[in-house]
Design a binder for this molecule. Structure first.
Ligand SMILES: [Zn+2]
Length: 105
């Protein structure tokens, strides 16, 4: 899932706070989904908002600041992944936004 990718990118590119934040969100969403069967409790709106924010932030870092899945300096194909990932993250962010809208109603 895109949040796990975001955490990996943030770790690889020296932003442990963003990485921790992404991992926290994964845990919170996981916990909410586990509750879902029993209580029909939705994932909290704030968690969804933060998920959208961090996905878009990391997508932008990849595009604008050259974040790479492997910033080791050697080229072994990561440029192709780095070029593809931002669109995937934005697509997931869009999906989360759609879910968020359904909560508002
Ligand atoms: Zn490498």
């Amino acid at each position: 899932m895109a949040l796990a990718q975001a955490a990996k990118y943030a770790t690889a590119n020296g932003d442990p706070r963003a990485a921790q934040h992404a991992l926290d969100l994964i845990c919170e969403i996981g916990a909410a989904i586990a509750e879902l069967d029993r209580d029909h409790a939705p994932v909290p709106a704030g968690v969804l908002d933060e998920t959208v924010q961090i996905l878009e932030r990391v997508a932008q870092k990849i595009e604008k600041e050259g974040w790479s899945i492997c910033p080791c300096g050697e080229d072994h194909g990561q440029a192709r992944a780095d070029a593809a990932v931002p669109a995937v993250m934005r697509a997931d962010a869009g999906l989360v936004r759609t879910v968020r809208t359904s909560i508002d109603r």
